[in-house]
Design a protein around this ligand. Structure first.
Ligand code: UT7
Length: 336
């Protein structure tokens, strides 16, 4: 799916939250056969955050959502749409969206979850955009977050060292001009088995056997996902830029999914975008799945990199296999 935006809609508030508990590479190397040297060299990750035992996805998302609303200057009661991109909701149902809308105090909001792996946030932003553009929503809250620590096999060094927990949120509203210029989203279901959670759904419901066979943990073919990631980060970005009549030189800030520094470097080189325009925080958080792009957006804002008129390119990729880009001319002017 690709399209140019047909209404001025922008991000008017950003919030992010990562749990307090830090796990360093050295700590991991006491739990499994790995090392700080291997993890840093192959991924760039130095540490990740892990949720406390009593924290579920909604507990990570709520502080992020409250901060995003405060920044946008909105009362939670005016939010009419809550979309939560996640693969680790509090439970299968009710949705984390409904739980979060209730806790926030947004009784008039439509609220639901969206599953698109690590691309979830980009899918959810595009969907929120569409709802606001169509006039169905005035104040949309889009959350991206995951608690992947709950579905990692902590004895599998091929996955456990890569991921972390975290969440971010943005508010989408109409503005006078600028805002999102376009989106490009896609999915290749044939690649699904490269990154999946085998059990717990209707195909293989939870049983003593599925637990014993460790089928409730993330399974991944790292090399195949690496090839896919480096390819789609480039093609998706190129497509959305071309659709919007922009070139890579026009981009001021590039926010790729924070999976692995090597993947980011590879994409940046192919795209021809200089390092100083790229937002990278994977060394502190690992791959937080749907939380990755909003956490990076929040960091970019704190660093003063999101200026009025800045052209910001965001691209996600992940389970599905899915990918998605959004291009936005940063503005909060003329909110309606
Ligand atoms: O949102 C998308 C989520 N997924 C991803 O982003 C993953 C994409 N893939 C990757 O980032 C990389 O493929 C990995 C970081 C997962 C692996 O890096 P790699 O350079 O592709 O390593 P590899 O799988 O080719 O493994 C090289 C060696 C192997 O040993 P042998 O067979 O050469 O003896 C692995 O067993 O490294 C070994 N290895 C490890 N060693 C120490 C794999 N994981 C580890 C580890 N510590 N944690």
């Amino acid at each position: 799916m690709i399209g140019k935006a047909n209404g001025a809609i922008s991000i008017t508030g950003i919030g992010a939250y990562a749990p307090e508990h830090v796990i360093t590479n050295d700590e991991l190397s006491q739990m499994m056969d790995t090392s700080d040297e291997w993890i840093v060299e192959r991924t760039g990750i130095r540490e990740r955050r892990v949720a406390a035992d009593d924290q579920a996805l909604s507990d990570l998302a709520l502080p992020a959502a409250r901060d995003a609303l405060e920044q946008a200057g909105l009362d939670a009661g005016t939010v009419d749409l809550v979309i939560v991109a996640t693969v680790t909701p509090d439970m299968a149902f009710p949705s984390a969206g409904a739980i979060i809308a209730d806790e926030l105090g947004a009784p008039d909001a439509a609220a639901y979850d969206l599953s698109a792996g690590c691309t979830g946030f980009m899918y959810a932003v595009a969907q929120g955009y569409g709802m606001v553009a169509a006039g169905l929503s005035r104040h949309a809250l889009v959350v991206g977050g995951d608690v992947l620590s709950r579905i990692l096999d902590w004895s599998d060094r091929g996955t456990a060292v890569l991921f972390g927990d975290g969440a971010g949120a943005v508010v989408l509203e109409r503005v006078s001009e600028g805002g999102f210029l376009g989106f490009e989203l896609g999915a290749d279901g044939s690649g699904g088995p490269q990154l999946y959670l085998p059990a717990g759904g209707s195909r293989t419901p939870a049983s003593a056997e599925s637990v014993a066979e460790r089928k409730h943990y993330v399974q991944m073919n790292g090399r195949e996902v690496f090839k896919f990631a480096t390819r789609v980060l480039v093609t998706s970005a190129e497509k959305v830029l071309a659709e919007c009549g922009k070139s890579i030189d026009d981009v001021d800030v590039y926010i790729p999914h924070q999976a692995n520094v090597r993947i980011i470097d590879h994409a940046a080189e192919k795209l021809g975008i200089p390092k100083e325009k790229i937002v990278v925080n994977v060394e502190r958080y690992g791959n937080t799945s749907s939380g990755s792009i909003p956490l990076a957006l929040a960091d970019a804002q704190v660093e003063g990199r999101l200026q009025e008129g800045s052209l910001v390119l965001m691209t996600g990729m992940g389970a599905g296999l899915t990918w998605g880009s959004g291009l936005i001319e940063w503005t909060t002017n003329g909110r309606k």
